[in-house]
Each structure stands twice: as C-alpha cells, then as structure tokens.
Ligand binder design. Structure first.
Ligand code: GTB
Length: 216
C-alpha cells in the first residue's frame, strides 16, 4: 500500500522545505518507501474532510490503507518502526533514538517556534524589541547544550536515526541565522543531514511541487 501525505499546495516558505511534510518525505525517502502527495489549499485544510484526518486543520497527514495519522512526529516514528534504517535494532539504542525525536520536538523546537511567531505576528508590538532577545537567549541556551552533547560526533547517538532526522529538521528552521552559526558543529551537523541523498530527493520533490503550484 503506497502511503499518501498532505502538504501545502503553496508553502509559505517559498519552497525552502521548512513545512513539516518535509520531515515525512525525508523519512520515506530514507527507508525507500514510495509515496504520493495530496496538496491542499488553506481553505481545504479547514474543511470537514481534512479536519476528520487532522483535527487542527494542519498538514501533514499520512494515510496508508486503513491507517490515518496526523502529527509529523508520530508519522515519522511510525515510518521508522515499520521499516529498517531509521531506528537501531538494539532495544536500548532504539529507545535512546526515540528520546532524541522527543527532544527535538519538545525541548529544542518550541523556543524556535516562539521566536518565529514573534517575528511574524508580534513585530508591531511595543514590547517586541525587548522580547526578541529574550526568546533568542532561550534558543541559544538550548543550542549550546545540544552542541556540547553532539561534540565532534557525526550523529547524536551512533548511526544516523530518526532522532537526527527530526533534530536536523528543527535546526533547519534557524539556517542562515547567527543563532545557528554560533555553533559550528551544529552547522556541520545540519549540512551532513542536508547532503544525505534521501534529504536531497525529498527537498527536490517539495520544491517541484512548490514550483508547479507557483506556475499555475
Ligand atoms: N504538531 C504538528 C505536526 O508536527 O504535525 C504541527 C503541524 C503544523 O504546524 N503544520 C503547519 C500548518 O499546517 C505547517 S508546518 N499550518 C497551517 C495552520 O495551522 O493553519 C509549520 C510551518 C509552516 C510554515 C513554515 N514556513 O513558511 O516557513 C514553516 C513551518
């Protein structure tokens, strides 16, 4: 059964692969599983048919036979559990890789999202100039901790895993910012992820979808 994923018809990221369907595409490419895309307008995302799949009216979703899933973290974990290549066989190493998925999504990503929300939606507020450095310091703290843990290793715990896939996807939201550049080992880690053939294939596919939509 070929899974089907939903994504933005026209991603507001301009084809930079920052929306969360990219994590699912990357995971599927890593394990060699073919997939199809269903691209949705913002209007379609809020309609009952999509809300039945994703109660918050967001992308991505994942459908495979009788199974319908939402939450990119759950989807990537599902893919990693059903296919070889994204989780170690050793059960302790596997549990640690899953811990890194949670760390990416619940410890590292939230302050990054807070900063983006402030930049997009709070820029005109009187307190914005004071709040932004506070949010950036929170990110800096997390990145410093992550940087120390990664050290000069290639990946967070042994071989590349779904934990690295999620962590690199999260860090990519900071690509090109001084926050990430202050941590050269994290920059190199992100580049290692981005240069994986599976990442490249997923990136090119989402870019092709974006370009096709922009031409319509
Ligand atoms: N926790 C959910 C998950 O991981 O699946 C969060 C899903 C989510 O945030 N989806 C976003 C969405 O559907 C797209 S990915 N938003 C529309 C809505 O809520 O109405 C987040 C995202 C959006 C845009 C950019 N960008 O333009 O750079 C980056 C990331």
């Amino acid at each position: 059964m070929i899974p089907s994923i939903t994504a933005f018809e026209r991603s507001p990221d301009g084809g930079r692969g920052l929306a969360r369907d990219m994590r699912v595409r990357w995971a599927l490419e890593e394990v060699g599983q073919a997939y199809t895309m269903r691209l949705l307008s913002f209007k379609a995302m809020k309609e009952p048919e999509h809300l039945a799949l994703q109660p918050f009216g967001q992308i991505p979703t994942y459908q495979e036979g009788d199974l319908a899933l939402f939450e990119s973290g759950a989807i990537v974990l599902h893919i990693a559990e059903r296919h070889a290549g994204l989780l170690p066989h050793d059960m302790n190493a596997r549990a640690r890789a899953i811990a890194w998925i949670f760390a990416a999504l619940t410890t590292v990503e939230p302050p990054i999202v807070e900063r983006e929300m402030a930049i997009y939606f709070e820029r005109s507020k009187s307190w914005y100039a004071e709040r932004l450095p506070i949010l950036e310091d929170r990110i800096r703290k997390r990145l410093g901790e992550l940087s120390r843990r990664l050290g000069d290793a290639d990946w967070l715990d042994g071989d590349f895993s779904a934990g690295d896939l999620q962590m690199i996807s999260v860090l990519l939201r900071l690509k090109g910012t001084p926050l990430l550049e202050e941590c050269p080992n994290l920059c190199a880690y992100v580049v290692r992820g981005e240069t994986r053939p599976a990442y490249r294939r997923a990136f090119e596919a989402q870019l092709a979808d974006f370009t096709a939509a922009a031409g319509r």
